[in-house]
Design a protein around this ligand. Sequence first.
Ligand code: NAD
Length: 331
Amino acid sequence: MRIAFIGLGNMGAPMARNLLKAGHSLELYDLNQQVLEGLAEKGAKIASSPAAAAALADLIITMLPAAAHVRQAWLGAEGVLAGARSGTLGLDCSTIDPQSIRDVSDAAAKAGVELGDAPVSGGTGGAAAGTLTFMVGGSAKLLEGVRPALADMGRNIVHCGETGTGQIAKLCNNLLLGISMIGVAEAMALGDALGIDTQVLAGIINSSTGRCWSSEVCNPWPGAVETAPASRGYSGGFAGQLMLKDLGLATEAARQAQQPVILGALAHQLYQAMSKRGEGGWTFRRSSKRTLGRSDLSEAVARRAALPRGFAVAPDVLWEAGLPGDALPRV
Ligand code: NAD
């Protein structure tokens, strides 16, 4: 297949490498020339603009940081739609809000290009290993057209519905993940404060009803799960900054739908506070100020556990993060 691939960053570059390995012919565009050079050595061609990359393609894939970049790459003066032929298929694999992909998809349809969304889960490890999950929004015909290329980059290809539903699936999942990471931190901190060995506690949770991906695979308590990022200095996992972005998208989508997401909004503020302290690049990072081997959130929650009040963990956490309690959404 002739594929135009735009956005060759941490995710896009390994995805493009897998497409090259599978024998596809690739035409690449990125604002950053450096990221293109390694791929050109492996046989990809470098285009001078998104329009030029798209001109001969059967399929155009974009993997960009945010909605503004996606709009620019598709709708800009030298964007994809200025060059793509009618009948070309398109997929945006970036994580953006559902309305933006619907808007760009409508514009693409006017140029005869069928564009769907296919955000991914699996992170950079999954992108390199070719084991990503694609959450595809678009017609069944589009899905069948893009399936061979997706199968060369991922293991699970799920049709979510019409354009935009891939993003909805991604945002709902990450909303839940953001919340469950905090819940596990809170439970682990409480156990530690009350005096149980945290490895024993993690083992109990992971064979009981509290079990979830955050407790079992990515437990935020250092040492609770040896293979989790928390046990290697909070590195090599999904960065807090990316979770902040996804929680922002989810809470904004909820605002537009007038759907309450109370814990999601609170989680968003907690990640915002972490980011403000310069800790967004870490995987659910612990404090640099203290060396107790606990996350800041966990420490704050542990302190809260000693206070015999009702359900009010959030102000303590925000206090810990240096924010006033009234920055909280009212529950
Ligand atoms: P990244 O910042 O590493 O890469 C983005 C690339 O896009 C960069 O190379 C940048 O130069 C390029 N770019 C920016 N604007 C451009 C434009 N107008 N035209 C052409 N190129 C442009 O980002 P990433 O980590 O690869 O993430 C890409 C998307 O995937 C994001 O939407 C992110 O939320 C999502 N995502 C990331 C991960 C992850 O673990 N990194 C996991 C799942 C989903």
